[in-house]
Write a protein that binds this ligand. Structure first.
Ligand code: NAD
Ligand code: WQD
Length: 357
């Protein structure tokens, strides 16, 4: 598909649903959020340049939800004029902004590309929102903005000190949003700091489909299970944690997607902006995850202990109390659910979306 060409899954019925612009909607978290949007009566309008995704994900969203009505616009969010035109054409009420690059290691070797996509891209979207009169934005931030823990669990008041360019881009966009909402403009923002999203839609139709060798634990484990990788390297078994391996707060992507709808509705209902952690409040080690995945899939995961990965923190997890207080939201799905659904996705799509492209 050529840049700028509009792809329509089906004709748009302008009168039926409230339309939400979803930049990055073809990606991992974006596609799951599109399912939730449709199921709650909204119409996602997806903008994506497919740098890290496939349009097949949105076809699958249509299969899951039974809709045939998700407009998909192939464009880069840095094209401000085009973003404004799309917001106007579809009369979007709000933006749920997922578009950006997310590989921490790559951000250290190609930082300008990360600032260009994540910071310049967000600036462009905000400019377009101002011009088109769109008032609400939900932004994908990350627990990575906290950096080395001064205390745990991380609360939203924990000092912000990202330790890599990717984290700096998220922090910079947070600053930009805070300055914008403090100005006289009438845009409000919900900044969501995700912990470690894993799992997939229980149908197994959509899931995370990384390019090349996965950087993250869960997709790597799942690829070992289907025979695409010989074994998992466990990065470090000498941390000061219960079993020596790294501890993280894993969150089911469907719980995360649901939180976006709650955040969106909060922004549409009241003028206040907010910043909130999205995690479970529980930390699991690498070996906990491997064991849970083995149980869910029935596959043995070969592993080798390897050196610590440079830049990794030993352990962190969220304080989820403010999410419950502010949004009335908390996670409901367990590590077992995350592993079962990851396996449903990986076993049904061993090569991701590739076969359908
Ligand atoms: P993803 O790579 O699957 O999705 C991002 C989407 O944005 C992709 O479809 C990609 O093609 C698109 N995109 C990237 N740059 C673009 C641009 N300039 N213009 C248009 N589209 C562009 O990643 P994800 O895991 O779904 O993450 C979504 C967001 O959440 C990202 O901003 C990421 O930084 C953030 N986040 C992710 C995690 C995680 O672990 N997955 C954790 C915290 C925060
Ligand atoms: C989890 C644990 C690894 C791979 C990253 C980003 C963060 C956020 C989420 C976007 C760690 C260990 C991993 C492997 C392993 N993304 N591991 N072998 O590093 O916590 O967070 O993704 O915002 O910003 O930094 O996630 O899944 O890579 O690692 O042993 O092959 O698994 O050392 O302890 P991480 P991860």
């Amino acid at each position: 598909m050529e840049q700028g060409q509009m792809r329509r899954i089906a004709s748009l019925d302008r009168d039926q649903a409230r339309r939400i612009l979803v930049p990055g909607g073809a990606g991992y978290i974006g596609s799951h959020t599109c399912v939730e949007l449709v199921q709650r009566g909204y119409q996602p309008v997806v903008v994506d340049n497919f740098v890290n995704s496939s349009p097949v994900s949105i076809e699958r969203v249509c299969q899951i939800t039974g809709t045939n009505d998700i407009p998909v616009i192939e464009a880069d969010i840095r094209d401000t004029k085009r973003m404004e035109a799309v917001m106007r054409e579809y009369e979007c009420e709000a933006v749920i902004h997922f578009a950006g690059l997310k590989a921490v290691g790559e951000s250290t070797t190609d930082p300008l590309n990360y600032y260009a996509n994540n910071v310049q891209g967000s600036l462009s979207l905000l400019d377009a929102m101002e011009s088109a009169g769109v008032k609400h934005i939900v932004f994908s931030s990350s627990a990575t903005v906290y950096g080395t823990p001064v205390f745990l669990p991380y609360t939203e008041e924990h000092p912000l000190a990202p330790t890599n360019p990717y984290g700096m881009t998220k922090y910079t966009v947070e600053l930009m949003l805070n300055d914008l909402v403090a100005s006289a403009c009438d845009i409000n923002a919900g900044i969501l700091r995700y912990f470690n999203p894993i799992g997939a839609h229980p149908s197994g139709k959509i899931g995370e489909d990384p390019n090349g060798i996965p950087n993250n634990l869960m997709p790597f484990v799942a690829q070992v299970a289907v025979g695409r990788r010989p074994h998992l390297n466990v990065f470090g078994n000498d941390y000061d944690t219960p079993d020596g391996t790294g501890v993280r707060d894993y969150i089911h992507v469907v719980d995360l997607a649901e939180a976006h709808i709650v955040a969106l509705e909060k922004l549409m209902a009241s003028p206040d902006s907010f910043t909130v952690n999205l995690g479970s409040g529980t930390g699991y080690s690498v070996l906990d995850v491997v064991k849970a995945f083995e149980k869910a899939s029935g596959c043995e995961i070969a592993l080798e202990f390897a050196e610590r990965r440079p830049g990794d923190l030993p352990a962190y997890w969220a304080d989820p109390a403010y999410a419950l207080e502010l949004l009335g939201w908390k996670t409901r799905l367990t590590l077992e659910d995350m592993c079962r659904d990851q396996w449903a996705w990986q076993s049904q799509n061993p090569n991701g979306y590739l076969e359908d492209q």
